[in-house]
Design a protein around this ligand. Structure first.
Ligand SMILES: C[C@](O)(CO)[C@H](O)COP(=O)(O)OP(=O)(O)OC[C@H]1O[C@@H](n2ccc(N)nc2=O)[C@H](O)[C@@H]1O
Ligand SMILES: Nc1ncnc2c1ncn2[C@@H]1O[C@H](COP(=O)(O)OP(=O)(O)OP(=O)(O)O)[C@@H](O)[C@H]1O
Length: 329
């Protein structure tokens, strides 16, 4: 009997980067929002560990035991004292290395699916422990919704907020490596000679400013709060993203920013209709590889009826066909 889990991508509504810690990670303070662009992970009992990848674009995803979803299954099995006898099928819609935590999402989904398969409760402490170890974005992929992330991003405080926000997500031709973007951030900070930001103060300010806005669902109030300390580093590595952001703003987006470490650009719009219009416009402009619409917040990794999996992908936000530029692979 298989278990099917649907897991969302994330956008960092605000990403503040502080100093480098002794373990090499940066101190972060971030407001996450889970958005309705989903990967589906199906776990089936099998003689041994295995993986099948399907989906829009699976280039660059490790097929072996360095795949984050397989690592999640192996570490959870160890922790629960069972054999990792499971075959995982990942249906990939979240852009790979796109700054939307796709690999982390798959790891979170694998944890939820395997825990169900191996009879562990959804709140078994092993799930959170393994999630935290696997990556900074994995705990948020479990919880979803809106949340404040602190520490290296793995310490999650849920943020209430019933408002729904509408996004257009523009995928770049090629992914960006997260460590490379943090490295560029460090070089720029060293050149500027600026002291590291105080994440404690930043946290208090973010909590105060986001509290009502997330509940209001008013995009015009959320737009001025959007921000990403990694954006300049991502733009330095991919200067063409600046034109994409400007294009979206000129075409009516209320807010535009690079998602996490990039290179996906996220545009906040007034509502679903303006998101559809902007998405059409950006796709026609040829500035990006694929454009999708999505809304947030949505729940984190959730067990679903397999019959609903296809529907989840259809409602993943009017997926647009990838438009490959001439000369691109
Ligand atoms: C950019 C964000 O997506 C914002 O939410 C996350 O900070 C990245 O989360 P992630 O991809 O899960 O990152 P991890 O797998 O934990 O770390 C990948 C690499 O990113 C850098 N990294 C990540 C998180 C952090 N707080 N400081 C860092 O410097 C480190 O070089 C690390 O080796
Ligand atoms: N299941 C997976 N899906 C995608 N990438 C994976 C997976 N497992 C491991 N990886 C590796 O992780 C790298 C980062 O991929 P991912 O899609 O998570 O990037 P990202 O969205 O930029 O991450 P983040 O936003 O968390 O920084 C990939 O280049 C790939 O080598």
């Amino acid at each position: 009997m298989s278990v099917t889990v649907r897991v969302p991508a994330k956008v960092n509504l605000h990403l503040g980067v502080g100093g480098v810690r002794a373990d090499g990670f940066h101190e972060l303070v971030t407001v996450f929002q889970a958005v309705s662009l989903y990967d589906i992970v199906e776990a089936t009992p099998a003689a041994s560990l295995g993986l099948t990848l399907t989906g829009a674009d699976t280039r660059g995803i490790p097929q072996g035991t360095d795949n984050l979803a397989l690592r999640a299954a192996v570490q959870l099995a160890e922790r629960l004292g069972v054999e990792p006898a499971v075959h995982l099928r990942i249906d990939k819609q979240i852009p790979v290395a796109g700054g939307m935590a796709g690999g982390s999402a798959d790891a979170a989904a694998a944890l939820v699916a395997c825990a169900r398969l191996w009879g562990a409760d959804t709140d078994h402490p092993a799930i959170a422990e393994v999630a935290e170890r696997l990556g900074s974005d994995v705990p948020f992929a479990l919880s979803g919704g809106n949340a404040l992330g602190t520490g290296r991003g793995e310490r999650i405080t849920p943020l209430a907020g019933h408002g729904r926000f509408h996004w257009v997500l523009a995928e770049a031709e090629q992914g960006l490596s997260t460590p490379l973007v943090f490295g560029e951030f460090d070089r720029r900070a060293a050149r500027a000679g600026a002291p590291a930001a105080d994440t404690g103060q930043h946290r208090t300010a973010l909590l105060r400013s986001f509290a009502d806005v997330l509940d209001s669902g008013e995009a015009a109030r959320l737009a001025p709060l959007l921000g990403n300390d990694l954006q300049d580093a991502a733009l330095a590595l991919r200067p063409e993203l600046d034109a994409t952001l400007r294009l979206g703003r000129r075409a009516g987006a209320l807010g535009a920013l690079v998602s996490g470490s990039g290179p996906t650009c996220a545009f906040l719009t007034e509502g679903a209709a303006s998101a559809a219009d902007l998405s059409e416009f950006l796709l026609g402009s040829g500035c990006c590889r694929a454009v999708r619409t999505a809304h947030g917040p949505v729940p984190g990794a959730t067990v679903i009826d397999p019959a609903d999996a296809a529907g989840s992908l259809e409602t993943a936000g009017a997926v647009r066909s990838p438009r490959i530029r001439k000369g691109a692979q």
